[in-house]
Design a protein around this ligand. Structure first.
Ligand code: GRF
Length: 199
C-alpha cells in the first residue's frame, strides 16, 4: 500500500500514523503528506520526519475541480491506494470520492452520527452529553458520513473542560487511527462492496 495522509492543521494524528509506520506496526510501501495550507504546522512535522510533502494550496486554484485535479495527478504519480484524512478541513467532491471509493478513511472526534462538523468536542460538552468518543469511518459524499469502521466511547467527567476533554480524545485518536490503518493495510478491513480499482 502507498498511503497519503491529508491534513490541514496541527497534524498530531499524522505524527501518530508516522510513528506506527516507523515502528513497523503499519506496513506501507510509502507515505506522503498532502496539505492544502502552506502555513500548516503538519508540514513541519512531515519535514522533521523525512516524509514527502505535497502542498496543493487551495488559494492557487480558481475552482475546487482544478484543485482536486492537481491532487489527483499527484496521487497518481505516487501510486497512492489509501487516503487517510486527518484533520483535512475540506469536503472532497463526489467525483473525488468515486475515484477513491472504499479507499478514503476519516477520523472524527465524536461518536458519529452525533456531533458532526468542525467543533465536535465543544458541541458534546455544550450539549452536556454524558459521553462522546472517536469514530473512524469510510468517507462518502456527505460530511462526516459513511460506513463506520471503529468507534470508542469516552465518558465526559463533570470536571471536564474543553482542554481536558480534547486531550483525552486526541490520545484515543492516536491509538485508534493507526490501528485501523494497520488493519486496512493487512487486508482485514474491506467495505461491503469490496475494494474497487482506482479510476
Ligand atoms: C482531530 O480531532 C480529528 O479527529 C479531526 O481533526 C482533528 C485533527 O487534529 N478530524 P490533528 O491535526 O491531527 O492534531
Amino acid at each position: 500500500m502507498n498511503l497519503a495522509v491529508f491534513a490541514s492543521g496541527n497534524g498530531s494524528n499524522f505524527s501518530a500514523i508516522i510513528k506506527a509506520i516507523r515502528r513497523a506496526k503499519i506496513k506501507v510501501k510509502s507515505v506522503i503528506l498532502v496539505c492544502d495550507r502552506p502555513e500548516a504546522f503538519v508540514i513541519k512535522r512531515a519535514k522533521n520526519a523525512g516524509v514527502q510533502v505535497v502542498l496543493v494550496n487551495r488559494a492557487d486554484f480558481a475552482s475546487r475541480a482544478d484543485f482536486e485535479t492537481a491532487i489527483i495527478q499527484r496521487l497518481k504519480s505516487y501510486k497512492i491506494d489509501l487516503i487517510a484524512l486527518a484533520g483535512f478541513m475540506r469536503m472532497l467532491s463526489p467525483d473525488f470520492v468515486r475515484r477513491y471509493r472504499n479507499r478514503i478513511l476519516n477520523i472524527h472526534p465524536s461518536l458519529l452520527p452525533a456531533f458532526k462538523g468542525a467543533h465536535a468536542i465543544k458541541d458534546a460538552l455544550d450539549y452536556k452529553a454524558s459521553s462522546t468518543g472517536v469514530t473512524v469511518h469510510f468517507v462518502d459524499e456527505k460530511m462526516d458520513h459513511g460506513p463506520v469502521i471503529l468507534q470508542e466511547r469516552i465518558k465526559i467527567r463533570s470536571c471536564d473542560n474543553l482542554a481536558s476533554l480534547e486531550k483525552r480524545i486526541h490520545a484515543l485518536e492516536h491509538k485508534l487511527y493507526p490501528q485501523v490503518i494497520r488493519l486496512f493495510c493487512s487486508g482485514k478491513i474491506k467495505s461491503l462492496k469490496g475494494l474497487k480499482p482506482i479510476l
